[in-house]
Design a protein around this ligand. Structure first.
Ligand SMILES: *[C@@H]1O[C@H](CO)[C@@H](O)[C@H](O)[C@H]1NC(C)=O
Ligand SMILES: *[C@@H]1O[C@H](CO)[C@@H](O)[C@H](O)[C@H]1NC(C)=O
Ligand SMILES: *[C@@H]1O[C@H](CO)[C@@H](O)[C@H](O)[C@H]1NC(C)=O
Ligand SMILES: *[C@@H]1O[C@H](CO)[C@@H](O)[C@H](O)[C@H]1NC(C)=O
Ligand SMILES: *[C@@H]1O[C@H](CO)[C@@H](O)[C@H](O)[C@H]1NC(C)=O
Ligand SMILES: *[C@@H]1O[C@H](CO)[C@@H](O)[C@H](O)[C@H]1NC(C)=O
Ligand SMILES: *[C@@H]1O[C@H](CO)[C@@H](O)[C@H](O)[C@H]1NC(C)=O
Ligand SMILES: *[C@@H]1O[C@H](CO)[C@@H](O)[C@H](O)[C@H]1NC(C)=O
Length: 383
């Protein structure tokens, strides 16, 4: 209970510190609030199972460009999956906006580097993305290039975004329809400050050409490291690997806060502790814990129930972890998500997104999040 009281205090502080007046550049068709989730095809959670009152936008993850033609490849089975997705979501009450996400963590970043480097490949790629989005009835496109590797690639990303926005506007004019939305999934900080190759994102181009970006404020720690740590801490008193630091880096670089949605994990990262009696942050670990290093929120909740795991809310970082025996899991729950949403809203962000829909079953966390964001989703310009 002590933790709960501290969280309430924390929320008050966050709201008092709220930054109020923020500049905006609205691209027409852009919603004022985004409550989004990425979804991928899995039989236990079909698109039809998504509760549309919990979100505004759902992302289809992922299509990848062919590495020779640079066009999106749509096999027959993919075509069926895309059609099922857009038709089941756009006909729900309330209807959901759908975006086609291109790339993803397992797609080759070098292919995007090649696409962006050349006028013709940009054109072919962009043409195919718009054609596929329109053919299957999507409302928008999302670039998940993980990640541009150097400053040249960042300059080319700028060109890609300019060309993409122009093509989207031309397409909308030609069809007399609303322009497709254009968003992207990006690194938690603007400049890859942890890498030896500093390479800031083209922030001005993002402001001008994208509706918003989904900032991946997670995967700060995982079983790839030798010790435990928070997966997605809002604050970190000991390091710059935190959402607060990442968010500030974007805004200080000139990105409008309302161009940002806050990424929140609906999963946990797991470790196997070296010594079950040493179980705080920075505890030595010998590898991945249950679920081979990652578990959906639903599985974490089940694991906690079954093992009677100890659950610890850490107020300094705004994070939660649980441990039982040598298993150690960092994740987000209803309390941390509520705190993060208040922070996001106080900061003037556009909204939030989850990786991934279905990881909280029928939406226990998504429902808390949606309620925590004050104000109605139907304030959005486009209904
Ligand atoms: C292109 O993709 C194919 C299939 O994934 C792969 O076998 C091939 O090595 C790739 N070629 C290049 C140039 O990356
Ligand atoms: C894909 O669908 C098209 C049209 O429905 C059909 O002509 C073609 O044979 C199918 N291809 C495969 C590989 O099933
Ligand atoms: C894509 O290219 C085709 C063939 O040139 C053209 O007919 C179509 O209008 C283009 N689509 C877009 C969205 O630019
Ligand atoms: C950046 O990477 C590209 C490959 O995508 C390479 O051709 C180029 O030389 C690199 N530029 C710099 C400045 O390192
Ligand atoms: C983990 O420990 C091993 C062996 O001590 C070391 O080689 C490796 O660099 C460490 N990894 C990290 C991420 O600290
Ligand atoms: C965090 O970043 C700031 C600059 O933005 C730097 O001065 C500080 O030393 C960094 N702190 C740590 C712990 O790396
Ligand atoms: C989700 O809801 C369905 C129908 O109400 C129910 O059958 C199913 O067990 C629920 N799943 C979870 C994970 O709660
Ligand atoms: C969808 O979510 C809303 C809001 O949390 C809830 O009232 C409703 O019961 C949910 N619908 C289903 C079918 O689970």
């Amino acid at each position: 209970m002590a933790a709960t009281i501290s969280f309430v205090k924390f929320l008050l502080i966050v709201v008092l510190l709220a930054v109020t007046s923020r500049s905006t550049t609205a691209l027409s068709n852009s919603p004022s609030v985004v409550k989004a989730a990425y979804w991928f095809e899995q039989s236990i959670f079909p698109a039809s199972a998504i509760n549309s009152s919990l979100y505004t936008h759902i992302y289809y993850a992922f299509l990848v460009p062919n590495n020779i033609t640079y066009e999106l490849q749509v096999s027959n089975s993919t075509a069926e999956s895309l059609s099922r997705f857009t038709s089941s979501l756009s006909t729900k009450t309330p209807p959901l906006k759908t975006l086609l996400s291109i790339g993803g963590a397992s797609s080759d970043p070098a292919v995007f580097a090649q696409i962006a480097s050349n006028l013709i490949s940009r054109k072919n790629f962009i043409n195919s993305t718009i054609e596929v989005a329109r053919n299957f009835g999507f409302d928008g496109l999302d670039l998940d290039w993980e990640f541009p590797q150097n400053s040249t690639e960042m300059e080319n990303l700028d060109l890609l975004l300019q060309d993409w926005r122009n093509a989207i506007l031309n397409d909308a004019k030609r069809r007399s329809q609303l322009p497709l939305l254009l968003t992207g999934a990006v690194y938690f900080a603007v400049d890859f400050f942890l890498s030896t190759t500093s390479r800031p994102y083209p922030v001005a181009s993002i402001n001008n050409n994208m509706d918003w970006i989904n900032v991946m404020f997670y995967d700060y720690h995982g079983s790839w490291g030798n010790d435990t740590g928070p997966l997605a801490s809002l604050f970190d008193p000991k390091s710059n690997v935190s959402t607060q630091y990442g968010l500030n880096s974007w805004v200080q670089a000139g990105l409008y806060p309302n161009k940002i949605t806050m990424g929140i994990p609906l999963y946990g990262r797991t470790w196997e502790l070296k010594d079950p009696n040493v179980h705080g942050f920075g505890a030595p670990a010998v590898g991945a814990g249950p679920g081979n290093g990652a578990m959906a929120y639903l599985q974490v909740a089940e694991f906690n129930r079954q093992t009677g795991a100890t659950v610890v809310h850490d107020v300094d970082t705004v994070s939660v972890y649980s441990y039982s025996g040598t298993s150690w899991i960092s994740y987000d729950d209803d309390l941390t998500v509520t705190a993060k949403i208040s922070f996001a809203q106080a900061f003037g962000l556009r909204g939030y997104f989850f990786w991934a829909a279905g990881f909280d079953g029928n939406g226990t966390i998504s429902s808390r999040a949606s309620k925590a964001w004050m104000g109605d989703k139907c304030k959005c310009i486009n209904g």
